[in-house]
Design a protein around this ligand. Structure first.
Ligand code: SF4
Length: 345
């Protein structure tokens, strides 16, 4: 199959293709075959905002992890093809246990979800008996099963604020989101796990300050997992960047803000796949990455070849054992009930 349009790849995107399924170009024949197979298999294709542009464009729905899980649960399709990373497909399976959930490459993990295991969380809980466990949605099903309330980056502050002030809170796994929540709630008894995502941590404060200084009229859209979220609030506090230009947003909320901002240019601090949806939402705005190297190698493992293999062969199927799913579902449902559950990553 020949390519219909040249696709720009970063160096890290290109290198990951060496280990991912390859050899298929995203041309018209590929698109026809993917959609034909999806119809034949009664499958709905969901794509996360950080996926390759061609995967985002062929999906039936594109969005953040929580929005996609909700779409999966509400869908009539018997099969969910989740183009994202493994914990996202697991969350869809937890919410839709009777559906077949497939991920085009089960090796698509997440460095943030991997930063705490079920055993580590059980040990941490034993050190803080009676503490309430709040986990960001970027966690494995096993960790969710040990969790009291899951949260997204949209409602993390409200979830923590809903817990009685005298109860200790264990917040995991992301230290930057945890610092944001502590700053917002002023809570002293919030313990934060020192996990991080390698992509978001690579977007740092000095880089943000330099980009902001070079483009003083630009809005700054910053994901709270980024290493630069703290710096952005500090810069705003110091008057280096006008506070009204700094917007700490989940990926779902970035799309809402893109449609309403009056800015002509926007600096975006999150994984670069997000630029594709932002440019589609507001083509008149000049969206630029704070760090063009911020590309998630796991997200980019979902290649055109992997998607085709997934639909043809029914691989890779995601399983969550029934007891883990039952316990994890309670934490995920509490997340949905609290605050304005917009989007997670
Ligand atoms: S960008 Fe980071 S948090 Fe998101 S899937 Fe990749 S490794 Fe995980």
């Amino acid at each position: 199959m020949a390519a219909t349009a040249p696709l720009e790849r970063t160096a890290s995107e290109t290198s990951v293709f060496e280990s991912a399924y390859g050899g298929v170009e995203p041309d018209a024949a590929w698109r026809d075959e993917v959609l034909r197979l999806a119809a034949e298999k009664d499958a709905v294709i969901l794509a996360h905002n950080y996926q390759l542009p061609e995967i985002q464009d062929i999906a039936h729905h594109t969005g953040d992890s929580l929005a996609l899980s909700r779409i999966a649960a509400a869908s009539d399709a018997s099969t969910i093809v989740f183009c994202g990373v493994h914990f996202m497909a697991e969350t869809a399976k937890i919410l839709s246990p009777d559906k077949t959930v497939l991920i085009p490459d089960e090796r698509a993990g997440c460095s943030l979800a991997d930063s705490i295991t079920g055993d580590q969380l059980r040990e941490w809980k034993a050190e803080h008996p009676g503490a309430v466990v709040v986990s960001y949605v970027n966690t494995t099903a096993e960790v969710k099963a040990e969790t009291d309330i899951c949260c997204t980056s949209s409602n993390a502050v409200e979830v923590v604020a809903s817990i009685p002030a005298d109860r200790e809170v264990l917040f995991l796994p992301d230290q930057f989101l945890g610092a944001h929540v502590r700053r917002k709630t002023g809570r002293e008894n919030l313990h934060i796990w020192a996990g991080e995502c390698h992509v978001h941590a690579g977007i740092n404060g000095p880089e943000l300050a330099a980009r902001a200084a070079a483009d003083p009229d630009a809005d700054l859209f910053i994901h709270p997992e980024c290493g630069c979220a703290t710096s952005a609030l500090y810069l705003a506090g110091e008057g280096a960047v006008p506070a009204e230009q700094v917007k700490i947003l989940s990926t779902g909320d970035m799309l809402v803000a893109a449609r309403s901002t009056k800015a002509k240019s926007v600096l975006v601090a999150t994984e670069i796949g997000m630029l594709h949806q932002l440019r589609k939402a507001a083509p008149e705005i000049d969206f630029r990455a704070v760090n063009e190297r911020a590309s998630c190698k796991y997200m980019k493992m979902i290649t055109p070849a992997a998607l085709l293999r997934c639909l043809r062969d029914g691989l890779d199927e995601v399983h969550v054992d029934a007891e883990t799913a039952r316990r994890a579902k309670g934490a995920v449902q509490r997340m949905i009930e609290i605050g304005q559950p917009g989007g997670g990553e």
